[in-house]
Ligand binder design. Structure first.
Ligand SMILES: C[S@@+](CC[C@H](N)C(=O)[O-])C[C@H]1O[C@@H](n2cnc3c(N)ncnc32)[C@H](O)[C@@H]1O
Length: 302
């Protein structure tokens, strides 16, 4: 789970879901859907998905780990006639193992219901996607046809074994030149994701094409073509930084948010705390930290 508090976009703080029997109220705007999907990655998703459609590439879209729909709603925007979006999430179901259950309790349980996801999604699209309410490991049974997808977003469990399995599901589902996006590949609290991602690169033939602070973008197809598509856009003019690196001989684009002048760097404990908390709790912590900072500033002024 990446940070719900970043300088990269609107804070994911509006709760639309409660675990009650009342019908969940849909989010009034896309940015009000709680989650961890911010402007830079939103723009990268839009750019790459639109480029696929412009190039006449068709195929389904798959998301593993949907939460309340913040990224799924954007994925749904890009469906063309005949294409299908499938999302897979535990929602209010039990996790299959203790470590995954602990992750669910710590980060998602207080706010996540399938009904809340559905209400959010239907606020922006006329029909729900295909929903698989289960551990992502069920997708290994081949229910997603091989080579059927053009884009897969992996953002579910952060445990090494699960992510390694999710990457295999993505690989089987993706058509030639399809794209996989892997969340939290470099966060301090998700080393299992990093291990699975770089293992796929060095032993599984996955080619990195784009790195953002939150997400790794790769393909088992033509990485150079994706690089050209990425570099065709003037990201700098939109407030992003663009760098190019080479990893084991493979060129990779890096995008980040240009640092706003005057923005103070975050301390590590504060950052880690915000990384680990669900959006609603994050909002409370941010408010408390802001009040503490204001009190300290006031004290110094006196
Ligand atoms: C970080 S959130 C997804 C955020 C969402 N993609 C967004 O951008 O807002 C991770 C989601 O993965 C789900 N999840 C965790 N472990 C899972 C598993 N083993 N199988 C399926 N879903 C899982 C959680 O229920 C949670 O909704």
């Amino acid at each position: 789970m990446p940070s719900a508090d970043t300088a990269t976009g609107p804070a994911a703080t509006t709760a639309t879901a409660t675990a009650t029997t009342a019908a969940p109220r849909p989010a009034p705007s896309r940015d009000a859907i709680p989650g961890w999907f911010f402007r830079l990655d939103q723009e990268a998703f839009r750019h790459l998905l639109a480029a696929q459609s412009t190039a006449g590439r068709t195929g389904d879209i798959l998301e593993l780990g949907t939460y309340l729909g913040r990224s799924a709603v954007l994925l749904g925007d890009h469906l063309r006639p005949g294409e299908r979006l499938t999302v897979c999430d535990l929602f209010d179901s039990e996790a299959g193992d203790a470590d995954n259950a602990a992750e669910m309790t710590m980060s998602y349980r207080t706010s996540l219901t399938r009904a809340a996801f559905e209400a959010n999604y239907l606020a922006f699209h006329p029909r729900l996607p295909e929903i698989v309410q289960a551990p992502t490991s069920v997708l290994a049974d081949g229910r997603i046809p091989a080579d059927s997808c053009r884009f897969v977003h992996v953002d579910a469990s952060h445990l090494y074994e699960h992510v390694a399995g999710d990457i295999e599901v993505a690989r089987a589902a993706l058509a030639e030149d399809g794209l996989v996006v892997l969340d939290d590949y470099r966060s301090e609290h998700t080393p299992g994701v990093s291990a699975a991602v770089w293992q796929a690169v060095f032993t599984g033939g996955l080619r990195p094409v784009l790195l953002t602070p939150m997400k790794f973008y790769g393909t088992w197809g033509d990485a150079e073509a994706v690089r050209r598509i990425l570099l065709a856009r003037d990201w700098r003019a939109e407030g992003f930084t663009v760098d190019e690196d080479t990893i084991a001989g493979v060129p990779v684009v890096r995008l980040n948010n240009a640092v706003r002048s005057g923005a103070a760097p975050r301390s590590t404990p504060r950052r880690l705390l915000l990384d680990l908390l669900p959006p609603v709790a994050t909002r409370t912590v941010r408010r408390a930290l802001r009040a503490l900072r204001d009190r300290r500033a006031g004290g110094r002024a006196r």
